[in-house]
Write a protein that binds this ligand. Structure first.
Ligand code: AMP
Length: 188
């Protein structure tokens, strides 16, 4: 199996590049952001709780997202692997993911980290906010999301670096150029 973690700050292009990777490598796409937005749209209890965190630009508690991923992992059985998009976002989540995958007899192949400057991120997210309909794509919430990323999520890269699984890819350029860079790293 090829199990990838697509990593990077909000606006780095994780969702966009996931689409290319899923098609190319026939992977199951697991995006905790998408799963949470679908819970919100269905007005589930989980969704109602999660919305408060999301709208404040804060991370949703670990046990919530870990539980969601665990419930979805069995869908990977007939796939070549899984792409984790926006998960894990804390070291606790990364440890839990390793445990879940070990139980399934598999593991993370690589973490692909998309590198984009702060200025570029803010530009992209504000632009996306004009059409995404996402309540968290406004300047104030974006600042908070980036702060959460810096304090809680960035350390997750070190967790995979220690396992020799971290690869960095420049996340600026055309969608195709960036995809080629990612593919080169994965196929190495
Ligand atoms: P995303 O679509 O990945 O940008 O996620 C949108 C929001 O959902 C984030 O700002 C968090 O509030 C929440 N979220 C998504 N994934 C996670 C995660 N793995 N851990 C905690 N919160 C998450």
């Amino acid at each position: 199996m090829i199990n990838l973690v697509l990593f990077g700050p909000p606006g780095a292009g994780k969702g966009t590049q996931s689409e290319n990777l899923i098609a190319h490598y026939k992977l199951l796409h697991l995006s905790t952001g998408d799963l949470l937005r679908s819970e919100i749209a269905s007005h589930t209890e989980l969704g109602i709780k999660a919305k408060q965190f999301i709208d404040e630009g804060k991370l949703v508690p670990d046990e919530v997202v870990i539980g969601m991923i665990e419930a979805k992992l069995k869908e990977a059985q007939n796939k070549n692997g899984i792409i984790f998009d926006g998960f894990p976002r804390t070291t606790n989540q990364a440890v839990a993911l390793d445990e879940m995958l070990t139980r399934l007899g598999t593991s993370i192949t690589k973490m692909v980290s998309l590198e984009v400057s702060q200025d570029e991120l803010m530009k992209r997210l504000l632009l996306r906010g004009q059409t995404s309909g996402r309540t968290d794509d406004n300047e104030e919430t974006i600042q908070k999301r980036i702060a959460e990323y810096e304090s809680k999520t960035r350390p997750v890269a070190d967790y995979y670096k220690a396992q020799n699984k971290l690869v960095s890819v420049e996340g600026v350029g055309s969608v195709e150029e960036i995809f080629e860079r990612i593919r080169t790293q994965i196929d190495k």
